[in-house]
Structures are given as C-alpha cells and as structure tokens.
Design a protein around this ligand. Structure first.
Ligand code: PNW
Length: 451
C-alpha cells in the first residue's frame, strides 16, 4: 500500500502558449513623438478630475524608448509569447489617411526584437486609444470603417512576421465604460439608444476588421478578439444551475460576443431594448458574425448565477461587501471563473481555439528593502491557473495564457495607483524590478506546471 496518493498532475500541454500582456497607451508614453496623433485617452487624462491623481499616459513606462528592456524582461521570464497592442494614432495620426512611417517602424523594431528573442507576438489592433481626430468617435459609424482600414493595413504590414491578430480589446469597456458610465474616455453618459449604437459600432468595427485583415494579411493569419464577456459561475455544480449560467452567458453578452459568434442579435435583446435597439444596416450582421480562428477571454471578475422560477430562469447574485477582492474594488476573487469561463464559451459556441488574453491582479505591493514579495498575487494567479488546468484536463481547447501584466502601468481611470505588474516599475526612475510573482511565473513556465 502507498503512503500517499499520487500527486495530482497539474502540467499543461507541451505546446501551451505562456505569455504576458500589455497595451500601448498603458506602457508606451512618448505621446507627442514621431508624429503620433492625439487620442481620446490623451484628451481624457488631461481633463482634470477624470483620472486618479490626474495621472496621464504621457510617460507611462516609457516603453516607446525602452522596448528593448521590456523584451529583456520577457526573455528573463522565459515566456514563448507576448500580447501587445498597436497605437492606431502612431500609424494613422488622424485615424485615417497616409500611414506614418515612423510609427510603423517602431512596431517593426518591436516585432523583430520579439522574434529575435524567440517570442511569438500576439497583436491587438485596438486597446482603447482612439485617434481623437475621428469625428464623433465611436458614436459615428464611420469609425468602424476607419478601424477596418487601419487594421487591414497593419495586419498586412506585419503579416510576414505576425500570425496571430486580435481585433479589439474588451468591447464592454470602450463602449459602456466610456459612453454609459462615463468613467473612461470619452467620459459620456448617453441614453440607452446612444449606448446601443456605440456598442453596435464596436462589434461592427470588429467584424469589418476581421474581413479587412483576412483580405490583406497572408493566408494562415489567425484572427480573433480579446473580450471581457460577462462571466458566470453556476452557484452549485448541478445540471440546472449550469444551464442557468450558460443561459446567462448567452443572454447577457447579446450585444457583444453572442452577436459575434451567432451573427445576429438575440430576439430577447432586441425586444428588451425596444425603440433603443441599435440601427443595423444590411450586411452588418454578416460582417459581425465573420468566422474567427480563436476567441480570447480576459478573465477577472465573474458573477454567480443560480437557477430560479423567473421568466429568464436564472438570477444573478450580487457581490457583497465581504466578497474577497484584490486592490481594485471591482476585482472580486473567484478562481472557478477560469474554468467556467472557458467551459461555457466552449459549450455555447464551440470555438476551435481559446486563449486567456488577460488574467491578473492588482495588489498593494509591499516594497521592502528593494524587494516586492507579492504573495497575494501569487495566490490569486495560482488559484486561477488551477482552474484553467481543469478546463484543459476536460478537453476544452485552451491553448494559451497571457498574464496581465508584464509590469506596472497606467491603469486607466486608476492612474498609477493600482499595480497589476509582475515587475515593479518605479515611475520616477523607470527602473523595473521583478516581484516575487515574476520568479513564480518563471518557474511555472520552466516546468510547464503549476508550482
Ligand atoms: C482590463 N471591470 O480592463 C484591460 O484590458 C486592461 O487594459 C486593464 O489594465 C486590466 O483589465 C486591469 O484592469 C478591465 O470593471 C477594466 O470588470 C475593468 C474591468 C475589467 C477589465
């Protein structure tokens, strides 16, 4: 008889993609350099009172100048992949027109540097920094066409070296946070019809972007989206609660991923919105439903769902004050979402490939004697990884994981006050220091298992 049970196998498939994620406006700085055009986030962050401490992305991590240092950090971790975004306004300063060679050069150097380091780039075309010159921003349907032109051009430009492209990051954030809640750029609080139209232009930009990328990039380029869908965990793992969580996932993402995966808006969504439903033109839904090579999920906070006798058949259970959170008030700790997010999206729409395009946590990092022993972040990441491992074990097509974030950066409306990095950034000196979580992640990657 054995003294102890066999240890649980927590290893990942041999070809699993391990990476980190960042976004242009959050790390690059150099906002007036080499012909970059102004963006909605430059305007917003320079409007007093909009961002904590009135922080801006003017300097951020200065990655525009220090990208070689960033690549060295990635190399130090041993990642095989890196998710970065392109600043649209470096390529087309006014959002459209003639490409700016200096902006293109920057990303060429970045991509070449990554490839030389043996790191596969995953490129997001739009991570919220919208060229300010585009009239009406996302309220204007033309912005979706401008996006497609830009995305097609950029995919073609990088196509000899970049095989994996994501159109947009987090539809709900750049539509609702900016146009309904008003806490992100452009800081508007529109009535329902206006919000729904912005959402429609968001998914349309994605769809037209997919078509433009497929038309212009090399055959074999893989195209997907990085979305933070409304995620749900069944309160109890029984058939009725699982069905409720699945239904909630489909219905509560009706204006975003559900429309993209099904090529139509659900009748229940259109009926609910009534006169405020989006105005849709011929061909829009076909573009929005363009087939994807992969779906990538940003996985942080879920909601718990239970089955009930209501007309919908489910209830979303509100978070309470004692729900465990990391340093950002919205960041509720619920590791099971890592499993359920992957499983429910797979069960609903059967994507060929899934990625986790972001997962990570803010923490009040203790800086002691030049060290940051961020054990809370390690706990958070380890628990989420365990649940991703369960999804892999059950055969769901999860092929990679991108940790948010490589380093502390401009955390949007929270400015530099919330730190998500596994490298600590001293924003006075720009010195980057690995936190304990970086050493932990390196070991996870090296052994391809959860440590
Ligand atoms: C994501 N929420 O944003 C973004 O893609 C990143 O740019 C960002 O830095 C990171 O997550 C951490 O915030 C989110 O309120 C912002 O649920 C807010 C929410 C989710 C994601």
């Amino acid at each position: 008889q054995r003294a102890a049970a066999d240890p649980v196998d927590l290893s990942f498939p041999r070809d699993f993609r391990w990476g980190c994620a960042t976004a242009a406006y959050q790390i690059e700085g150099a906002v007036r350099e080499d012909g970059r055009g102004q963006t909605n986030w430059d305007v917003f962050s320079h409007t007093p009172g909009k961002v904590a401490n009135n922080d801006t992305g003017d300097v951020a991590c200065d990655s525009y100048h220090r990208y070689r240092d960033d690549i060295a950090l990635l190399k130090g971790l041993g990642v095989n992949s890196y998710r970065l975004s392109i600043a649209w306004s470096r390529i087309f300063p006014d959002g459209r027109g003639t490409p700016n060679a200096k902006g293109v050069d920057y990303y060429n150097r970045m991509i070449d540097g990554l490839l030389a380091a043996g790191i596969r780039p995953y490129v997001t075309m739009f991570h919220w920094d919208l060229p300010a010159a585009l009239p009406g921003g996302w309220q204007n349907r033309d912005t979706a066409y401008a996006f497609a032109d830009y995305a097609g051009f950029m995919a073609k430009t990088l196509s000899d070296r970049v095989q994996d492209v994501m159109t947009v990051n987090e539809l709900a954030c750049f539509t609702d946070l900016g146009h309904l809640r008003g806490i992100h750029a452009p800081g508007l609080q529109l009535p329902p019809a206006g919000v729904n139209q912005v959402r429609h232009h968001g998914v349309l930009a994605h769809g037209l972007g997919v078509q433009a990328i497929r038309a212009q990039a090399r055959a074999g380029t893989r195209v997907g989206i990085a979305d933070n869908i409304a995620l749900h965990i069944p309160a109890i793992e029984t058939a009725e609660h699982i069905a409720a969580a699945k239904r909630a996932t489909r219905e509560r993402n009706a204006m975003f991923l559900t429309a993209i995966m099904e090529g139509r808006y659900l009748d229940s969504y259109l009926a609910e919105q009534g006169a405020a439903a989006p105005k849709v033109q011929a061909g829009d839904m076909a573009a929005i439903g363009s087939p994807l090579d992969f779906v990538a999920l940003n996985i942080y906070t879920p909601e718990w769902v239970r089955a009930d006798d209501s007309a919908k058949g489910y209830a979303v259970i509100p978070h309470i004050a004692s729900s465990p959170r990391m340093a950002s008030p919205w960041l509720v700790v619920a590791p099971e979402v890592a499993y359920w997010g992957v499983r429910l999206v797979s069960d609903l729409w059967r994507p060929k490939t899934l990625y986790v395009s972001e997962n990570g946590a803010s923490a009040d990092d203790p800086v002691t004697g030049g060290r940051v022993d961020d054990v809370d972040r390690i706990m958070y990441l380890r628990n989420y990884l365990g649940q991703f491992r369960r999804a892999v074990a059950e055969g769901y097509p999860l092929k990679g994981y991108f940790l948010w974030s490589l380093m502390d950066n401009f955390e949007w409306a929270d400015g530099y006050g919330k730190r998500f990095g596994i490298h600590y950034v001293d924003f006075k000196t720009q010195r980057r220091t690995p936190k304990l979580s970086a050493a932990w992640y390196k070991e996870v990657i090296r052994r391809n298992t959860i440590v």
